[in-house]
Design a protein around this ligand. Structure first.
Ligand code: ACO
Length: 332
């Protein structure tokens, strides 16, 4: 990366988790599963489900308000808003527009990014580069998902894995050189979309009585293949971004991976040669919150004081698309 580009820092973070806690035992009352199966295969013990009054834009707004507060920023200073979600309030208008209104922001640039579980990294990458270009001064990025709205509660292989929530970050230019978001890598491969998808609701299969009856509006997933790809791609993109900046994996102070499956995270730790103490995980409490997951963990880690000045932080994600991404941060 050219050194002359200005630094972009994460000046504030926030998160929102719905009130309703759903344990594995609760899931076992809905589908043929058990606490033991879910814990050993995924690492998840419980997740949160949003209620009717907790839409994606509602959760996004609550997380954003916290991020603005911790950044010491006023809503009126934000001139760029990006929401990463695969569970928008509705197909259009964008959830970002709804959040713009809820937060009372001005007539700013607001749009959604759809990169599934990699959405937070895609949003960080897009916003930080738009800030560096000089086009905007202060950005708000949000990852927000109401995954429970697209779960098939007759499919035990998917419904136990996901949860709802939102996370947000305020990004701004900093005078300090060599600090903040060093860079991001994002990638995609759309050659096999059926590995993880929601078949109906788009123009190929618009909503109809038949599509609803056939349960086509819910997540379908080839879990085994996704698992294999996740292990490979998360390891590769982590190595690539460290190489780009001349770091080795043992220099990473904190690694925050997308929270999909503890066995995927264990494999990543082995591949990187890093002990689990260098990771921040919350999969056990929140399950896979898709685009919200990395931001929720980042917010928790910041509040727990896990990041100090000069620490090297690596965020890494993988999701439907397929999509993937990593962001390397030198904490300010
Ligand atoms: N409870 C009990 N048994 C179950 C459950 C359940 N909830 N789900 C599946 N099983 C059964 C299966 O039916 C199968 O039984 P069978 O052998 O009699 O057919 C058995 O358990 C084994 O199933 P597998 O699919 O082989 O289980 P596996 O060890 O692969 O674990 C899992 C499944 C947890 C889904 C795993 O493959 C995984 O985590 N994959 C990655 C998923 C992921 O990360 N998705 C998110 C990507 S990010 C995004 O963009 C949304």
């Amino acid at each position: 990366m050219p050194q002359s580009l200005p630094s972009v820092i994460i000046s504030g973070t926030g998160a929102y988790l719905p009130r309703r806690v759903v344990t594995n035992d609760d899931m076992a009352k809905i589908v043929d599963t058990s606490d033991e199966w879910i814990r050993t295969r995924s690492g998840i013990a419980q997740r949160r489900y949003a209620g009717p009054d907790e839409s994606t834009s509602f959760m996004a707004t609550a997380a954003a308000e916290q991020a603005l507060q911790t950044a010491g920023a006023q809503a009126c200073e934000i001139d760029l808003l990006i929401v990463a979600t695969m569970t928008p309030d509705m197909p259009f208008p964008s959830t970002a527009c709804l959040v713009q209104s809820r937060l009372g922001l001005g007539a700013i640039t607001a749009f959604d990014i759809q990169a599934a579980c990699s959405g937070y990294i895609y949003a960080l990458n897009t916003a930080s580069n738009l800030l560096r270009s000089g086009a905007y001064k202060k950005a708000l990025i949000i990852g927000a998902e109401k995954m429970s709205s697209i779960l098939d509660f007759e499919d035990r292989s998917t419904c136990v894995l996901f949860g709802d929530g939102a996370s947000a970050a305020v990004l701004e230019i900093s005078e300090a050189q060599g600090t903040g978001i060093l860079s991001s890598i994002t990638g995609s491969d759309g050659s096999n979309p059926e590995l993880l998808y929601q078949p109906a609701g788009g123009c190929i299969q618009p909503a109809s009585a038949e599509s609803v009856l056939a349960r086509q509006h819910f997540i379908k997933m080839n879990g085994k293949e996704i698992f294999k790809q996740a292990v490979r791609v998360m390891g590769q993109v982590s190595t690539d971004i460290l190489d780009r900046h001349g770091y080795s994996s043992d220099q990473v102070d904190l690694l925050i991976p997308h929270q999909a499956n503890m066995r995927i995270i264990d494999s990543l730790a082995k591949r990187m040669g890093l002990p689990m103490e260098r990771f921040h995980n919350n999969l056990d409490r929140f399950g896979n919150t898709s685009a919200a997951s990395i931001g929720i963990a980042l917010d928790e880690a910041r509040r727990a004081g896990r990041m100090g000045p000069g620490d090297l932080i690596l965020l890494v994600a993988f999701g439907a698309g397929l999509t993937w991404g990593a962001t390397l941060i030198k904490w300010q």
